[in-house]
Design a protein around this ligand. Structure first.
Ligand code: C5P
Length: 218
């Protein structure tokens, strides 16, 4: 029988992209498949945790029985996270949340016109940073960093700025790592800025490594 080290723990995981509406038929999105977040949610559930998965638009399915809340935009995701965070022991923010959204959403489909078209964007709320601000000492907060350059320094900066317990770095420079693939190559930094480098592996195996790092700090 598998041990259940996270039995009784309430866990929240975000996964997938967000879509920011431009008009009723168009949006700004990204290539996140949700695979990494779903693998983490499944692994946490199999360790006995009570998992709520907050998922942006994705065709991904979870293997374990867990509570799933579907959201579309960064604002939806923020509201879903805020509603749960107080009661949550462990939070893993894996979603690729849009950093900008259209300032206004057109009520009707925008018609094609001559010449260029400018779309004005405004910042979305950084969900992870805002949770980090209200985090209590007994809560564990894990964030991701996907970088293309100077990745280790950015990852460590995020850990401190967003008040995280762990940051998981995946670099787009590593073959087989990142958005749509079934594999990932990660480096984990803890609060003491100790670094653990992992081999390229399946996202299921990567999820196990991340959960082990979480178990170590409990
Ligand atoms: O700063 P950056 O967007 O690279 O940080 C990535 C981390 O922050 C991820 O864990 C992601 O889920 C989270 N994030 C968030 N809300 C945002 C932007 C990023 O929760 N608006």
């Amino acid at each position: 029988k598998k041990s259940m080290p996270l039995f009784g723990k309430k866990v929240m995981v975000t996964a997938g992209p967000t879509y920011e509406a431009i008009d009723p038929v168009r949006f700004i999105g990204n290539h996140s498949s949700g695979k990494m977040g779903f693998a983490i949610a499944d692994e946490l559930a199999s360790l006995g945790a009570e998992v709520t998965l907050i998922a942006g638009p994705t065709a991904q399915q979870s293997n374990q029985t867990l509570k799933r809340i579907n959201v579309v935009s960064a604002l939806d995701m923020l509201n879903a996270c805020n509603a749960l965070f107080n009661e949550t022991d462990i939070t893993v923010m894996c979603a690729a949340v849009a950093d900008y959204k259209p300032k206004t959403v057109a009520n009707q489909k925008i018609k094609k016109q001559d010449g260029d078209f400018n779309l004005e964007l405004e910042k979305t709320t950084d969900i992870l940073a805002s949770l980090g601000k209200s985090k209590k000492p007994n809560q564990i907060l894990v964030g991701f960093a996907l970088e293309t350059n100077d990745e280790e320094n950015y990852a460590k900066g995020k850990l401190e700025k967003k008040n995280l317990d762990l940051v998981v770095l995946n670099s787009l420079n590593d073959a087989g790592a990142g958005f749509k693939s079934d594999t990932n190559k990660i480096t984990i930094f803890n609060k003491a800025l100790e670094k653990t480098v992992f081999e390229l592996k399946s996202k299921t195996e990567v999820a196990k490594d991340i959960c082990e790092a979480i178990l170590k700090i409990i």
